[in-house]
Design a protein around this ligand. Structure first.
Ligand SMILES: Cc1ncc(COP(=O)(O)OP(=O)(O)O)c(N)n1
Ligand SMILES: Cc1nc(C(=O)O)sc1CCOP(=O)(O)O
Ligand SMILES: [Mg+2]
Length: 515
């Protein structure tokens, strides 16, 4: 018997209701990843760190346990590998039942197990494999013997999409000493020559100040700078970073974006460790779901220049939509909001297909990607955020359902601003408008003018994004009224020169925008 409100459902009705639920999107919304690693009884590293990280990313984690360690934050007391039969059995069981979208390796113990893992990866044709070449534990215990390193180089490395060695591991793989960034670059190139296209050399062991990671994605090389946190509460950082990248790949993200997101995740959680254990303490993997922490990490100009757009704004031409979003991203906008309003009806699958294209363009340019109103679509697309109006989905419910989404909320006046304070902890910005008259949004309210905008800005602690009739001619005045960002449709769709439009919106000169 299932109770819903006043009505009591009998068994057959509830079964009928439940079987009518379409679970076909479940894999897309909560994809599965696999960690092939050793167990850390202390819970801070190994497959336990991988699982916690994956779950913090809303990715379902499965495991192939390659061996056990008796371990805590003070060190490894004992280690024992799993039998090859059990490794094969775990692969068979997982691969028979789950749609594994991405996998990662951790401690693999010895050459026999490295070869068994490589054989299974080939057999099950696992596509997105992140190889974290774990060789030594934080306390100094060896987690891969010498023959294992050789097997890893010859058997496993060529199957990987990305390898993520720390400095000692990179030195061993590249056969050279690494003292600085230039050495990291050389080591990355040498490791590429071993047969893996993409290498991330993690520089945490090198410097006392900034942490620089050197990334070589084929011919594209770049450096990521992370924060250096003093103290010992960093057990499992390598596992966690590679698990975060694996999670993003499982969600369909490009490798470059997955690395950027993984780096961002690490930088967030490393500064907020758990004070548990007496040695190398564990990270706080679940912290990712705190929207406040996420919000603080965004670039300062995240809201500066928002292009709101959908097919209806570009004559229902998909090609025109893709082209203008790409051109606007290249011109320096900071956020795209995909908004399908006022045009021909589109199905969820159509919006999903179009949204995917726009999302990938945005992410290639490191531009935030939001969805207007449609929380289901934002989740399915793994968008950066969602923008909702006063009569759209409830902000607290969105935050509970999809804590990874940033949220923007429309506000018209001081009364709505006051109401928005109740859910302020979930909000990233408020969209205020219409500031000026607009013909683009048919149901827009009466304009509030610059005075209305300034009043809301004064009352609010959140970034304020002005919308409605925003264009090149009034951008400066809108910024002077206090807006932290400007959003528009027609100013971009009708722009004769997007670079100039963006420069007017941001108030930066064209050179700065292009940087
Ligand atoms: C940045 C920004 N501000 C306001 C809106 C309008 O949202 P809403 O009030 O929900 O109206 P619709 O967009 O749904 O018509 C927005 N989309 N973006
Ligand atoms: C989507 C939207 N929301 C508004 C609001 O006031 O909340 S005004 C608007 C339309 C903005 O189009 P244009 O830049 O062409 O005026
Ligand atoms: Mg809305």
């Amino acid at each position: 018997m299932v109770r819903r409100g006043e009505k009591t459902l009998d068994e057959s009705e509830s079964i009928e209701l439940l079987t009518a639920v379409d679970f076909s999107d479940a894999d897309r919304q909560y994809p599965t990843a696999l960690t092939i690693a050793g167990s850390d009884s202390g819970g801070g590293a190994g497959l336990q760190a991988d699982m916690k990280t994956m779950e913090a990313h809303q990715v379902f984690s499965t495991t192939v346990v390659v061996g056990l360690t008796a371990q805590n934050t003070l060190g490894v007391d004992a280690a024992q590998p799993a039998s090859v039969d059990m490794i094969d059995g775990q692969f068979a069981a997982v691969m028979a039942d789950f749609d594994v979208r991405a996998a990662k390796t951790g401690a693999l113990f010895d050459a026999e197990r490295v070869k068994a893992v490589a054989r299974n990866i080939r057999e099950y044709q696992i596509q997105h494999l992140i190889l974290d070449p774990v060789m030594v534990a934080k306390g100094g215990a060896a987690l891969l013997d010498e023959a294992g390193v050789q097997a890893l180089k010859s058997e496993l490395l060529p199957l990987a999409e990305l390898i993520t060695p720390n400095i000692p591991e990179a030195e061993l793989l590249a056969g050279m000493a690494i003292r600085n960034l230039e050495d990291m670059k050389q080591a990355a190139v040498k490791i590429q020559a071993l047969g893996v296209q993409n290498v991330m050399v993690k520089g945490g062991h090198l410097s006392d100040t900034a942490v620089l990671d050197y990334i070589a994605l084929g011919d594209e090389h770049f450096v990521l700078e992370g924060i250096k946190v003093p103290g010992k509460r960093k057990h499992g950082t390598g596992d966690t970073l590679s698990a975060a990248i694996t999670s993003q790949l499982a969600k369909g993200m490009s490798l470059k974006k997955a690395i950027l997101m993984g780096h961002r995740y690490m930088n967030q959680i490393i500064g907020h460790p758990l004070y548990i254990g007496h040695g190398h303490g564990p990270l706080n993997h679940g912290l990712w779901t705190d929207p406040n922490v996420f919000r603080k990490q965004l670039p300062k100009d995240a809201w500066a220049c928002q292009f709101v757009v959908g097919l209806a704004n570009v004559g229902e031409s998909e090609q025109a939509l893709v082209d203008i979003v790409r051109d606007a991203c290249a011109a320096g906008i900071t956020l795209v909001q995909y908004r399908e309003k006022g045009g021909a009806e589109k199905t969820f699958d159509e919006r999903l297909r179009i949204g995917k294209q726009l999302r990938d363009i945005c992410w290639a340019y490191d531009v935030l990607f939001f969805i207007d109103d449609d929380v289901d679509l934002a989740i399915a697309l793994n968008a950066d955020g969602v923008h909702v109006g006063q009569s759209d989905s409830d902000v607290a419910e969105i935050a509970q359902r999809a804590p990874q989404l940033l949220i923007g909320l429309s506000v018209l006046n001081l009364a709505e601003e006051q109401e928005s304070q109740k859910v302020q902890q979930y909000l990233s910005y408020i969209g205020v408008g219409p500031v000026f008259a607009t013909t683009t949004k048919k149901d827009a309210k009466a304009p509030i003018g610059l005075k209305g905008l300034a009043a809301v800005k004064q009352a609010s602690d959140l970034p304020v994004v002005a919308i409605g009739g925003v264009g090149e001619s009034n951008a400066k005045a809108i910024r002077a009224a206090g807006a932290d960002g400007l959003a528009a449709i027609s100013a971009f769709t009708k722009s004769r020169n997007l670079v100039e439009t963006v420069a007017e919106f941001t108030g930066k000169d064209i050179k700065e925008n292009e940087e």
